[in-house]
Design a binder for this molecule. Structure first.
Ligand SMILES: *[C@@H]1O[C@H](CO)[C@@H](O)[C@H](O)[C@H]1NC(C)=O
Ligand SMILES: *[C@@H]1O[C@H](CO)[C@@H](O)[C@H](O)[C@H]1NC(C)=O
Length: 290
């Protein structure tokens, strides 16, 4: 019985497949058949309906067991995609058919209008509601916010802003965000691309202004202080000239005769005085000889 063999063949294989609809109207359907007999032939057909009308169909009669097909779509309103795999082995074939609707397929664009500022010690990040084809409400989106701070992205849902407290004022933050729909709104959740990175530096916040002011005031102050110290030293030299220190061998002597002080030095001067004052009239009669 052919049906039986098909059934057995079907049990043996594992099919992994996914169709994703990207923001630029690109539909990427990919598949991977694991444990499929090497002799099995695989064909894939993709049918796209918009508002229940067939708008595109694509058939690939012999494809590899792992592959993908990319289709570019026109503008659409309400998409439905039917994916059919026909596996043929030894003249037996079986068809696996799957149907997707738009909510399941859609990959979002990253949230728009990402902005980040540092206010005091807080990093404030905000963004706008992502746009999707069905105009879902805020409760349908969840986010990953990467602050570029070597930590795990912050996991957020149903909010449009985030405050990181006690931020390191010396750090530069590279903020980016991505989004996906929550499990309640989309069965096969798929993260969007990361947004462009917003760099938040400390350049114009209060702390830095304080820093600039203190640097610009600080340098002249240091120079002034240095100039004053140099001048002070000169003034000190004039007011209090350095006291000459006697050679070490006299120190002991000076300490012992401390009470005598300067008086002790006088006798050494006396002999010179005596020489000057001594007048001798040795030849009183010399004039009388002429
Ligand atoms: C389609 O998706 C598959 C699987 O994720 C990937 O390998 C492939 O590069 C994608 N193709 C394009 C054109 O994006
Ligand atoms: C599956 O493929 C086989 C041949 O490879 C073909 O005879 C058969 O009609 C196909 N079935 C469907 C439903 O397309």
């Amino acid at each position: 019985m052919p049906g039986y063999e098909v059934e057995r063949a079907a049990i043996a294989i594992t099919i992994d497949f996914l169709c994703l609809l990207y923001p630029t109207n690109k539909l990427n359907c990919s598949w991977s058949f694991d444990k499929l007999n090497e002799d099995a032939r695989l064909s894939v057909s993709i049918s796209i309906c918009d508002d229940e009308k067939l708008v595109k169909s694509d058939s690939s009669p012999a494809v590899s067991h792992v592959g993908s097909r990319l289709l570019i779509l026109q503008e659409y309103k309400e998409l439905n995609v039917v994916l059919k795999f026909n596996v043929t082995l030894h003249r037996n074939w079986t068809v696996y058919s799957y149907s997707y609707n738009m909510e399941t397929l859609e990959v979002l664009l990253p949230p728009p209008k990402l902005s980040a500022v540092i206010n005091g010690s807080n990093l404030l990040v905000s963004w706008a509601l992502p746009r999707n084809q069905l105009n879902s409400s805020n409760s349908c989106f969840e986010y990953q916010l990467d602050l570029g701070d070597q930590e795990k992205p912050r996991e957020l849902a149903t909010v449009l802003s985030y405050t990181e407290q006690n931020v390191d004022p010396s750090q530069t933050y590279s903020v980016r965000i991505r989004t996906r729909m929550t499990g309640l709104c989309q069965e096969h959740q798929q993260w969007s691309e990361w947004s462009l990175t917003v760099i938040v530096e400390q350049s114009l916040n209060e702390l830095n202004i304080l820093g600039i002011v203190s640097i610009s005031l600080g340098i002249p102050m240091i120079l002034l202080a240095a100039a004053l110290m140099v001048r002070h030293q000169r003034v000190m030299k004039v007011l209090f000239p350095p006291i000459p220190r006697p050679p070490p061998k006299y120190i002991h002597f000076l300490e012992k005769n401390d009470t005598l002080g300067p008086v002790h030095a006088a006798p050494s001067v006396k002999p010179a005085e005596e020489e000057i004052t001594e007048v001798e009239d040795t030849e009183p009669n010399s004039g009388k000889a002429f």
